[in-house]
Write a protein that binds this ligand. Sequence first.
Ligand SMILES: Cc1cc2nc3c(=O)[nH]c(=O)nc-3n(C[C@H](O)[C@H](O)[C@H](O)COP(=O)(O)OP(=O)(O)OC[C@H]3O[C@@H](n4cnc5c(N)ncnc54)[C@H](O)[C@@H]3O)c2cc1C
Length: 288
Amino acid sequence: MINDFNYLKPGTLKEAFAMYAEHDDCKVICGGQSLLIVMRQGMIAPEYLLDIKRIKELDYIKFDKKEGLKIGATTTHRAIEKSDVIKKNYPVLVSMENKLASIQVRNWGTIGGNLAHADPAGDPAPVLIALKANIKVGGAAGERTMPLEDFFVDYFETALNKGELVLEVQVPVPEAKTGAAYQKFNLLESDMGVVAAAASVTLDGNGKCKDARIVLGNAGATPRRVKRAEELLVGKTLKESIFAEAGKIASEDCEPVADIHASEEHRRHLLGVLTKRMLKKAWEQAKA
Ligand SMILES: Cc1cc2nc3c(=O)[nH]c(=O)nc-3n(C[C@H](O)[C@H](O)[C@H](O)COP(=O)(O)OP(=O)(O)OC[C@H]3O[C@@H](n4cnc5c(N)ncnc54)[C@H](O)[C@@H]3O)c2cc1C
């Protein structure tokens, strides 16, 4: 059962900022795909719900060859999945969205809600961090932008201050000779992954690895970069044995927890395998 609440429906971003600042026990609702579940479970019972779903100012996908991609917070997963400009320039985002939940959930759930919810098993965060994304947040006191990897603080906790909303996700234009890949391991189709790995690889003119990112999902409290493995790759001519070594490091440098779906040991094994496979896939794209 959901407790009674007062419903606030701002028409503009300015109104939303003002209402959010004015009401103390207030929770933002956008698609409600995650919030309503925790409300129904009685885990939270806010006095006010601030519904930002219809704020048009936050519903956009923009791309510029210099500035890269900008996605407004209330953009749905389905809009990202169907975007031609994202398909062309960031295909890994489309394939990730394609496996996120069901079409019904993707039609209503939003990118801002997904990131603000900060579920360690959320799909978009590892991919976006591998693509070096930033996040813009703001409220009545102003706006600020930070690397997305700094936004996640703990299980279901973010760097959002009181009165702040997620406003926009920004993804730079990938360098030439860059490939990126993502895969989750899930027991049920259309569900969160037991674990996941995202990788991006950039090659230099000699085919050596110039830059690499490896980001694990559901491998601890927050999306997790495996910097020791990234450093192993940079400057090398990549090959299977290096991917295997990076996978081994990934299975060591993580903190997955056991639950009904998988033991900690099984999760570490999966993270190693997925890291190796995603690095190879990203590398093959970068070479092509
Ligand atoms: C059946 C099912 C399957 C799912 N499978 C997956 C999956 O495979 N992968 C995956 O990643 N997710 C999955 N999800 C989760 C869900 O799709 C996302 O978390 C969804 O994108 C949340 O967006 P929303 O707009 O519905 O957020 P809401 O539920 O409205 O809000 C979620 C949280 O974010 C806050 N919030 C929302 N928007 C903002 C904002 N702009 N600024 C600040 N705070 C904000 C809310 O206060 C709340 O705390 C699944 C959900 C369901 C119901």
